[in-house]
Design a protein around this ligand. Structure first.
Ligand code: PMP
Length: 434
C-alpha cells in the first residue's frame, strides 16, 4: 500500500473493507473523508457539496465538548504517552486513574464513592447492571435480577444495555425475542417544563411496587432520552423514581453518558431533580471526545454489599480498563470544563439555538422544535431522508447526522455565536430537504 492514500483511494478501500457503526454492509455507503479537525471544524480531504470545512454540529456524538485539537488536551495526552500509554489494571494502579476517580467522586452526587473505569458507555452500563444484580445476589435476594426502564430509551449496544433500549421501533428491535426480558414503563410525557402528569406518576409507582420482588434496579436516562428519540421530560419523574425505589428496595441507575458534563445545563442531569442515584454511568464527554473511556460510579452500600457476598468481587475486567492515557486526558478535560464558566457557555449556545431554530416551526412537515441546555432538536412528521438531509447540511458547511424523524444538534461548548447560527441554518435546511 502506498504511504499516503488519495481521498479517492481511501473511499475505495473504505467501501471494500470498513464496516461503520449502524452502517449497511461495507460498500453500500459513501462516507466523507476527514483529514483533520481543529476547534469546531472538521477539515475534509476533498470538497463535498462545495465545502472543504464543516462545523461539527454533533460534537462527535456528544463527546467533543471542547472542540478538536485542543492544546490542553493534546498536552495531557502527549505527557502521559511519554510516561505510559497502557498497563494492565488488575493488581496495579496509577496516578491518572486515581486522580480521575477522585475527581469524579468530587463532582458527582454525594453518596457516589466508588468508580469503575471502563472503555465505553455501553460497557459502563453493563458494569452498572452487573453491580446491581450482584448486589442483590449478595444480599440473599437472588430473585431480584430484572431491570425496569421507560420506553423510548437508549443505553448502548452490548447485550444488557440493549435489553433496556426502546423495545419497539428502537435500534435493537430485531433482538427483542432473545434479549433478557425486562420491564417497561410507558415513555415519560414530553416536555422538560411540563407539569408532572398524575396518571403517569401513578403508573410508575404501581409498576415498581408490582415488580419490586424481582427488580434489581430501575435504569433511565435523566431528563433527555437521546438516541431513542431526543425527547425531554420533567425532572419530577426522576424524583418519583427515587422515592419509589427507596420505598420498595430497588436500586436506581442513572445513565448520564449523554447528559453528563453540562450538556443539559446542569453538570449532571440528576441535578435538575436534586436526586442521587445508587449507580451512575458517565462517558462520551468524559475525555472531551479524545479517547475511549467511561465510568460507573456506585455508593458504598452497593460496593460493600457486593464485597460481603459469596463471590466478593465484581466479576468484570476486560483488558483495557482504567487506561492511563484516557484517564489523563479525562482529568484534563474535566478540569478544563470546570475551570471555565461552562454554565454560561451552555446557556449562550441554548439561546443561539432557540433563536436560530425558531424559523423551523414554520416549515412544512415540522412537528416540534425543542431546545434544552446545548441541545437543539427539530422533529418532523415523517422519516427523514438521511442522504438528502445530510447533503443539505453539508451544503451549509455543517456536519449533522439526522435519523428517524429527527434533525438535531449538540454543538461543542466552544462553538461561537456565528457558527451556532450557521448550524441552525443547516438544521433548518436539513429539515426542509430531508
Ligand atoms: N447510554 C446513552 C444514554 C448513550 O447516549 C450512549 C451512546 N449513544 C450509550 C449509553 C452507549 O455509549 P457508547 O456508545 O460509548 O457505548
Amino acid at each position: 500500500m502506498p504511504e499516503s492514500l488519495s481521498p479517492a483511494e481511501l473511499r475505495c478501500l473504505d467501501r471494500a473493507h470498513v464496516w461503520h457503526p449502524y452502517g449497511p454492509m461495507p460498500g453500500r455507503q459513501e462516507p466523507l473523508v476527514v483529514e483533520s479537525a481543529s476547534g469546531v471544524r472538521l477539515k475534509l480531504a476533498e470538497p463535498a457539496h462545495g465545502q472543504l470545512e464543516l462545523v461539527d454540529g454533533m460534537s462527535s456524538w456528544w463527546s467533543a465538548v471542547h472542540g478538536y485539537n485542543h492544546p490542553v488536551l493534546n498536552e495531557a495526552a502527549r505527557g502521559q504517552l511519554d510516561r505510559m500509554s497502557h498497563v494492565m489494571f488488575g493488581g496495579l494502579t496509577h496516578e491518572p486513574a486515581v486522580r480521575l476517580a477522585t475527581r469524579l467522586v468530587g463532582i458527582t452526587p454525594e453518596p457516589l464513592r466508588h468508580v469503575f473505569l471502563s472503555d465505553s458507555g455501553s460497557v459502563s452500563v453493563e458494569v452498572a447492571v452487573k453491580m446491581c444484580l450482584q448486589y442483590w445476589r449478595s444480599a440473599g435476594r437472588p430473585a431480584k435480577q430484572r431491570l425496569l426502564t421507560w420506553r423510548g430509551g437508549y443505553h448502548g449496544d452490548t447485550w444488557q444495555p440493549m435489553s433496556v433500549c426502546d423495545p419497539e421501533g428502537g435500534m435493537h428491535e430485531l433482538w427483542s425475542g432473545v434479549l433478557p426480558r425486562q420491564i417497561f414503563a410507558d415513555e415519560p410525557p414530553a416536555g422538560f417544563d411540563a407539569e408532572p402528569d398524575a396518571a403517569y406518576v401513578r403508573h410508575l409507582r404501581e409498576l415498581i411496587a408490582e415488580h419490586a420482588d424481582r427488580l434489581a434496579a430501575v435504569i433511565v436516562e435523566p431528563v433527555v432520552q437521546g438516541a431513542g428519540g431526543m425527547r425531554f421530560h420533567s425532572p419530577a419523574y426522576l424524583r418519583v423514581l427515587r422515592e419509589a425505589c427507596d420505598e420498595h428496595d430497588v436500586l436506581l441507575i442513572l445513565d448520564e453518558i449523554a447528559t453528563g458534563f453540562g450538556r443539559t445545563g446542569k453538570l449532571f442531569a440528576a441535578g435538575h431533580a436534586g436526586i442521587s442515584p445508587d449507580v451512575m454511568c458517565v462517558g462520551k464527554a468524559l475525555t472531551g471526545g479524545y479517547l475511549t473511556m467511561a465510568a460507573t460510579l456506585c455508593t458504598s452500600r452497593v460496593a460493600e454489599g457486593i464485597s460481603h457476598g459469596e463471590v466478593p468481587v465484581l466479576a468484570h475486567g476486560p483488558t483495557f480498563m482504567g487506561n492511563p492515557l484516557a484517564a489523563a486526558v479525562a482529568c484534563a478535560s474535566v478540569d478544563l470544563l470546570l475551570g471555565q464558566d461552562w454554565e454560561q457557555e451552555v446557556k449562550r449556545i441554548g439561546t443561539g439555538l432557540r433563536e436560530g431554530l425558531a424559523p423551523a416551526t414554520e416549515l412544512p412537515g415540522v412537528r416540534d422544535v425543542r431546545v434544552l441546555g446545548a441541545i437543539g432538536v427539530v422533529q418532523l412528521d415523517h422519516e427523514v431522508d438521511m442522504t438528502a438531509a445530510t447533503r443539505a447540511a453539508v451544503r451549509e458547511g455543517v456536519w449533522l447526522r439526522p435519523f428517524r424523524d429527527l434533525v438535531y444538534t449538540m454543538p461543542p461548548y466552544v462553538t461561537g455565536d456565528e457558527d451556532v447560527a450557521r448550524i441552525c441554518r443547516a438544521v433548518c435546511a436539513a429539515a426542509r430537504e430531508g
